[in-house]
Design a protein. Structure first.
Length: 259
């Protein structure tokens, strides 16, 4: 009950600023860093989308990818962002998928006897992420890169990970192309695992090549990557890159420098 009430209050406050800033034309951006408590993001975001539906008198609740130009996150929040953006889920669909995957991945049956390379088996994480992608109507061969994504499209996705080579430097995974530091050319499930590989829970993951770097979640250095998503927006939407609205949900650093 408390979670529901808190989510409602925060959603109403964010909605007020959303409507206030909507008059300023420019890209709308959603950012969060939620860790294993990512479900709170979905409660809040679901309330926001429902209030937008009421305000605009729409027959159905908009999917976040139909409203926000750029969605960003890291850690397990990155998995949720992929669900909402690349897999084109509604907030309610993402909530159902999140509950399913968390119940399987963090179950006692999936817990390791010895906590080497994390407390839980990463093979279950991979399996459940692939199941979610298939259940959403996509193939596990689906690339993270979306041919329809770009500066003239909504629902672009930017998620953060890190490599074992440099834990101070974020690794970007993007659904759009044509920018510096594009990130690896990988499949959707690989990117989801790379951003979700929280070291205390799972071992690091290699993608695209067994000789490539290990990827882990970027929660320690880039939790709620507001500054990073601002920089990505500048690259993506130039020359008209000024931000019309940026909603930051969840935990993270106190805030980036002023725009």
């Amino acid at each position: 009950m408390f979670t529901w009430i808190a989510a409602t209050i925060k959603a109403l406050v964010l909605l007020f600023f959303l409507l206030l800033m909507a008059v300023n034309a420019g890209p709308s951006i959603l950012s969060d860093g939620s860790g294993i408590h990512g479900v709170s993001k979905l409660f809040i975001l679901n309330k926001i989308m429902k209030h937008i539906q009421l305000h605009k008198k729409l027959p159905n609740t908009l999917k976040p990818r139909k409203y926000f130009d750029l969605l960003s996150s890291t850690s397990i929040g990155g998995l949720i962002t992929i669900m909402l953006g690349r897999l084109k889920m509604s907030t309610e669909e993402a909530l159902q998928s999140y509950n399913k995957i968390s119940s399987m991945v963090f179950s006692s049956e999936n817990r390791k006897t010895f906590y080497r390379d994390g407390k839980f088996k990463a093979t279950m994480l991979v399996k459940e992420i692939q199941n979610i992608i298939c259940q959403a109507g996509h193939s596990n061969d689906q690339k993270l890169l979306d041919p329809d994504a770009g500066p003239n499209s909504k629902g672009n996705v930017f998620i953060c990970s890190m490599t074992g080579i440099n834990l101070r430097l974020g690794a970007a995974f993007l659904t759009y192309q044509g920018l510096p530091n594009q990130g690896p050319d990988c499949k959707t499930w690989e990117a989801a695992c790379a951003t979700t590989a929280v070291l205390i829970f799972f071992k690091a993951i290699k993608i695209t090549s067994r000789f490539g770097p290990d990827y882990v979640d970027a929660g320690l250095g880039f939790n709620n990557p507001t500054k990073e998503v601002r920089d990505k927006a500048k690259e993506l939407f130039r020359p008209n890159w000024h931000i019309g609205m940026l909603i930051s949900i969840g935990t993270g650093h106190p805030g980036p420098s002023g725009f």
